[in-house]
Design a protein around this ligand. Structure first.
Ligand code: C2E
Ligand code: MG
Ligand code: MG
Length: 722
């Protein structure tokens, strides 16, 4: 294959210089040639004219002496011509062309015979002939002029009357042979050559000076600009172009400098955008990863280098975003970013990875300033309530920590483990930190599989609803059933809601699952109603995320209508904490549901910042006291006092009370004493499948005996491995 030859690169400056020199050379050569040509032909013609005149004059003056043969006069005539520099030799000839008198003015020069003039007519009187020749003896060039000596007097008639010259018949008496030397002509040509050479040299010198001047003024700045362009193409914008001229090039250079300046600004902006989060202005994932990688590399060389990574995810940010709007969500993120920065030193990096995820890189950690200390500080700072756009917000975060980042070789691995650990912190109840250990990794992998499986759980009919009876203390009979979802996993067995509902919430599968539970629970209760148990109310737990959709009441209305269940035989359970945190979001939907005569129950009351004050503004018809409070009532006077006052206050607000997690007779008796309306717990009934509930209902509400602890209800905690 022919290889294309690379073109030789000739710079503009070289082209410019070459062109200038070429123009100078051609101009000076042209001028010299023109001048030389004109001067030589002029001088040659002058010499020839001069020779012809001299020869003519000599022929006239020598007429008489040739006629008379006066040799003395001939000598005088010949010698008189010595003064003429151009005459090299002279010779008087008779008409037979024999030399009568001759004189050579150049030493050693032999006068050639007259026949050198080859052409022309020597016989014509008055006709002067000439010819240039090279003398074979001295090798020089000469012009030989032959002028005939004509006698008019010889023709005069004897009568003494002068004839008119016109009528006279001239007779040739002899010839004057004159040699003109071309030496002087050549001398002057040589002199001219020298002057032309000097003239051309001067011209070239001026030309070079001019080129240098132009180079300095034009090509040097152009070269600078071209170099600057090359550097820009390599991404170097930090350069100054100083052009000290005051012309178009300097305008061009300053425009170019301005362009570089703009490019530099754009480049910096671009760099900033590429490595920073546009909302919070914190470093983004790319910059974080770059710094992390550098630190890992540094740690490989320096064993003293110790660093940690914290992965932070805000708790319930989705809810805030959905309920209060994205603008408030954005403001919250900016606010959190500032708070995080305040918890760190200048040398640490806090980055936003997108959404509500942040990461922190702690360099040079020691006993005083380490990841645990920072995590605690962050959790403490976030705890403080603040107001945003008139909304009172309490933020919290789950933090995953990788303590010894220096043991990793890839930044992605550290982040993966920090992320897993953060997830663990979330699973442990949020608003806390967890520290990575290898076991978590295995657990996380397991969880990923679980997520994939959950996506198909409904279609594969793996979800089941268990029902736990709610018993009236006054009438000693079942008045309601709480729907509690379970997942019958083909490999892992029965999985309890706490182990997959958070996963469903995070992956938005909760909407589909929630809808399925309401649909099936209503249909099942309608079946029990049709069997004759028409006093049974079914309660369904709903996630706050289901309230993001304004059409929730409409969906429930449609299900109730389709199943034919009376609206007041259906109740929604919403945990207290989600109601308090998302008042704005839920209130409108609550009102809608109330209009549809659907009852609302506040679940897990007493677990968190409980305030009966909250109940006053919300349309709850029932309140369920959390198991954590019931657990202690028989042994802890404070707990029993709290439970009693909750019951009293709820009653004063015309709200019915359920106590959940009743496991002992003592607890039941105390609750009866406190005039609690209903109880629910393993003491009476475990959560059961629908068929078992039907059986219980048919037994005329006969309580299950001996179901006093979890094992009796067949409930094993989910470990992720079962
Ligand atoms: P929850 O609504 O507070 O339900 C009560 C939980 O306490 C149930 O656990 C129940 O089995 C358990 N329990 C009942 N009596 C006793 C007792 O005497 N002792 C003890 N130790 N526990 C008792 P479960 O079924 O594991 O449900 C846990 C949570 O999962 C529920 O708490 C509820 O918040 C949520 N959940 C259950 N089903 C659904 C659902 O369909 N949708 C949503 N969003 N959440 C659900
Ligand atoms: Mg509940
Ligand atoms: Mg509860």
């Amino acid at each position: 294959m022919p290889v294309s030859r690379a073109k030789r690169r000739i710079s503009i400056a070289t082209k410019f210089n070459l062109l200038t020199i070429l123009i100078i050379l051609m101009t000076s050569a042209g001028i010299s040639f023109f001048l030389m040509h004109n001067v030589i032909s002029y001088r040659y013609n002058s010499l020839l004219r001069h020779g012809l005149i001299v020869a003519g004059m000599a022929s006239q003056t020598s007429e008489y002496c040739i006629y008379t043969g006066d040799r003395e006069t001939m000598m005088q005539i010949v010698e008189s011509l010595e003064v003429d520099d151009d005459v090299a030799y002279v010779c008087l000839l008779n008409k037979e062309k024999n030399q009568l008198m001759r004189k050579s003015f150049k030493s050693g020069l032999k006068i050639p015979p007259v026949s050198v003039v080859n052409s022309g007519d020597h016989g014509s009187p008055g006709k002067i002939l000439y010819e240039e020749f090279v003398n074979t003896e001295d090798g020089n060039r000469y012009i030989e002029v032959i002028a005939p000596v004509v006698s008019f007097a010889a023709q005069k008639p004897n009568d003494g009357v002068e004839n008119n010259t016109k009528d006279a018949h001239p007779e040739i008496l002899g010839y004057v042979q004159l040699g003109l030397s071309l030496e002087n002509l050549y001398k002057s040509i040589n002199q001219f050559k020298v002057s032309a050479f000097l003239f051309t040299s001067l011209f070239i010198f001026i030309g070079i000076a001019f080129t240098l001047f132009l180079t300095k003024r034009i090509t040097a700045p152009l070269k600078k600009l071209s170099l600057a362009t090359k550097k820009i193409s390599e991404g170097v914008f930090e350069q100054q172009i100083s052009v000290r001229t005051n012309d178009e090039i300097s305008d061009f250079a300053s425009a170019f400098s301005r362009m570089i300046e703009h490019l530099r600004v754009y480049r910096d902006q671009l760099k900033h955008t590429a490595f920073h989060d546009s909302l919070t202005n914190l470093p983004n994932r790319n910059l974080f990863m770059e710094r992390l990688e550098r630190l890992i590399e540094h740690a490989k060389r320096d064993t003293q280098c110790a660093f940690s990574v914290l992965f932070i995810d805000l708790d319930r940010f989705k809810v805030i975003n959905d309920s209060l709007g994205h603008l408030v969500g954005d403001k919250l993120l900016i606010f959190i970013a500032q708070k995080l920065e305040k918890c760190l030193r200048k040398s640490d990096t806090v980055a936003r990875f997108g959404g509500d995820e942040f990461a922190i890189l702690l360099d040079n950690v020691d006993d005083d300033f380490n990841a645990k200390f920072v995590a605690e500080r962050i959790l403490e700072t976030l705890k403080e309530p603040f107001s945003l756009d008139g909304h009172r917000i309490v933020a919290s975060a789950s933090i995953g920590i990788v303590l010894q980042g220096e043991f990793y070789s890839r930044p992605e691995d550290i982040l993966r483990d920090a992320d897993i650990t953060m997830y663990r912190a979330k699973m442990l109840g949020k608003a806390r930190y967890a520290i990575f250990n290898a076991e978590m990794h295995a657990r996380a992998v397991n969880f990923l599989q679980l997520e994939a499986d959950l996506r198909h759980a409904i279609e594969r009919s793996e979800l089941i609803i268990y029902y736990q009876p709610i018993v009236s203390l006054e009438r000693d009979e079942i008045i309601g059933l709480e729907s509690l979802i379970r997942w019958q996993h083909p490999q892992r067995g029965l999985i309890l809601p706490d182990d997959f509902i958070p996963l469903a919430e995070e992956t938005s599968m909760i909407d589909k699952i929630g809808h399925w539970v309401i649909q099936n629970a209503c249909a099942q209760n309608k079946a029990w109603h049709d069997m004759g148990f028409s006093n049974i109310t079914i309660t369904v737990n709903v996630s706050v995320l289901q309230f993001r959709h304004k059409e929730l009441p409409e969906q429930i209305g449609a299900i109730i209508k389709n199943t034919g269940l009376p609206a007041d035989a259906f109740e929604l359970e919403i945990t207290e904490s989600t109601v308090i945190e998302n008042k704005g979001l839920v209130l409108e939907i609550f009102k809608e549901l109330n209009k549809m005569k659907i009852h609302l129950m506040m679940d897990d009351f007493g677990n968190g910042f409980s305030s009966i004050h909250n109940l006053k503004d919300l349309p709850f018809s029932t309140l369920k006291i959390d198991r954590s409070l019931i657990l202690d009532i028989a042994v802890n006077p404070d707990a029993s006092a709290i439970v009693k006052s909750i019951i009293d206050m709820a009653h004063s607000l015309k709200i019915k009370v359920i106590a959940e997690g009743v496991e002992t007779q003592e607890q039941m008796e105390l609750l009866r004493l406190y005039r609690c309306d209903y109880i629910q717990g393993y003491l009476l009934y475990c959560p059961m499948k629908a068929e078992e509930i039907t059986h219980v209902l048919r037994q005329k509400n006969k309580p299950v005996s001996g179901a006093k602890h979890n094992d009796a209800c067949g409930i094993l905690p989910f470990t992720g491995e079962n």
